[in-house]
Write a protein that binds this ligand. Structure first.
Ligand SMILES: NC(=O)c1ccc[n+]([C@@H]2O[C@H](COP(=O)([O-])OP(=O)(O)OC[C@H]3O[C@@H](n4cnc5c(N)ncnc54)[C@H](O)[C@@H]3O)[C@@H](O)[C@H]2O)c1
Ligand SMILES: O=c1ccn([C@@H]2O[C@H](COP(=O)(O)OP(=O)(O)O[C@H]3O[C@H](CO)[C@H](O)[C@H](O)[C@H]3O)[C@@H](O)[C@H]2O)c(=O)[nH]1
Length: 333
């Protein structure tokens, strides 16, 4: 191991859905990890035994400075934030505070402490409604909701801080994250579920009477929206690869995270039915405001930049792991 591989990694938001999978991936690699989370949407039980939790706010600079010093932090992976797009439209200032203002505090604390490596959870929402597929990183960023804007502003703070200070970063723009840890150690536990595969899993397990397809009159092959679904454990591995990239002295990067292929809502739901062997109660509803017809990642840049090989890219694997996790949640009550 190099010196930096022995340093402890701080994962903000590590008690949440994606952060907890990244903690597992880091731990599986033998890395020392500390989680900072306020448990607002995350859960203590998502953090594996033997991983320290600092319970607190990612905008609390005194807590950050103390945590950096106490644990000898060398890299920050920043997941903490608010993620519900419609809520961001209703409460924009809450989203700018939690996602942008608190990221400012975190980046500033890193600069002040001389922490030189930073990995950030960004989103395809920074692109808004792109008119060309696949969406590569050169596509103009034109977010259409405060959530996307709040994340893009953090990307800008990182870009400008990296130019001015001894800081290198990787911003990963996630497309549609889904699925659960293949070993059943973590998965999505949303109080307010909005994501298609999570809602389908809740319907399969009887927690919802039926699922609504938000519009079947889009200009796509079967009329429903197309998305690039990425397995959360592959996404977690991309973070480990980004960490290695920075530790090896690699330059700052903004990278899409997807597989470069899309599935329609109908295709996803057909796969749910195939995996369960049962019809899924569903009906066609109106379009949901702000949904682009198709989002598919351009993945040439991540493929060339990171040493990352997806291992769970089959839609069947994504859907089956999400269903297995949901069944486990229901059994646990
Ligand atoms: N889920 C997706 O499909 C998706 C897509 C694109 C980007 N992202 C980004 O990935 C990151 C993680 O998303 P997720 O799906 O795991 O969400 P999540 O809600 O499960 O996780 C967020 C975590 O951050 C914590 N948190 C929130 N505000 C905090 C604060 N002020 N201080 C400390 N902790 C705080 C929560 O308790 C939670 O554990 C977010 O930054 C999100 O914007 C998610
Ligand atoms: O009950 C549902 C839920 C979703 N959908 C459809 O399924 C597709 C995927 O919807 P999701 O809510 O799962 O995902 P989004 O593509 O809307 O969201 C993704 O992109 C957003 C920004 O565009 C955010 O970044 C978000 O976190 C990320 O998962 C969309 O066409 C949506 O209309 C349905 O038909 N019925």
């Amino acid at each position: 191991m190099t010196t930096s591989e022995n340093e402890t990694v701080l994962v903000t938001g590590g008690a949440g859905y994606i952060g907890s999978h990244v903690v597992l991936a880091l731990r599986d690699q033998g890395r020392a990890v500390v989680v900072l989370d306020d448990l607002s949407t995350g859960r203590r039980s998502a953090i594996p035994d033997g991983t320290a939790l600092v319970e607190g706010d990612v905008g609390d600079k005194a807590l950050l400075a103390e945590t950096f010093a106490r644990h000898g932090i060398g890299t920050v992976l920043h997941f903490a934030g608010s993620i519900v797009v419609p809520e961001s439209v209703e409460r924009p200032l809450a989203y700018y505070r939690n996602n942008t203002v608190k990221s400012h505090a975190l980046i500033e604390a890193c600069v002040e402490a001389g922490i030189g490596r930073f990995i950030f959870s960004s989103t395809a929402a920074v692109y808004g409604m792109p008119d060309r597929l696949p969406i590569d990183e050169q596509t103009p960023t034109k977010p259409i909701n405060p959530y996307g804007s709040s994340k893009l502003m953090t990307e800008w703070m990182l870009r400008d801080s990296a130019a001015a200070h001894d800081l290198r970063y990787v911003a990963l723009r996630y497309f549609n994250v889904a699925g659960a840890d293949p070993q059943g150690r973590s998965g999505q536990v949303s109080k307010v579920a909005t994501h298609l595969i999570k809602i389908a899993a809740q319907t399969v397990t009887g927690q919802r009477a039926e699922l609504q397809i938000y519009g079947d009159d889009y200009d796509t092959a079967d009329g429903t929206c197309v998305r690039d679904y990425i397995h959360v454990s592959d996404l977690a591995d991309a973070h480990v690869a980004a960490l290695r990239h920075l530790e090896a002295g690699g330059a700052s990067e903004v990278l899409n995270c997807g597989y470069g292929r899309g599935y329609s809502v109908r295709e996803v739901l057909a796969m749910v039915e195939r995996v369960t062997g049962k019809p899924l109660p569903m009906r066609i509803g109106p379009r949901r405001a702000g949904d682009p017809p198709a989002l598919v990642a351009g993945v040439e840049r991540i493929g060339r930049t990171l040493d990352w090989t997806p291992r769970h890219a089959e839609l069947e694997t994504i859907v089956a792991s999400a269903l297995a996790w949901e069944e486990r949640l229901v059994r646990q009550g």
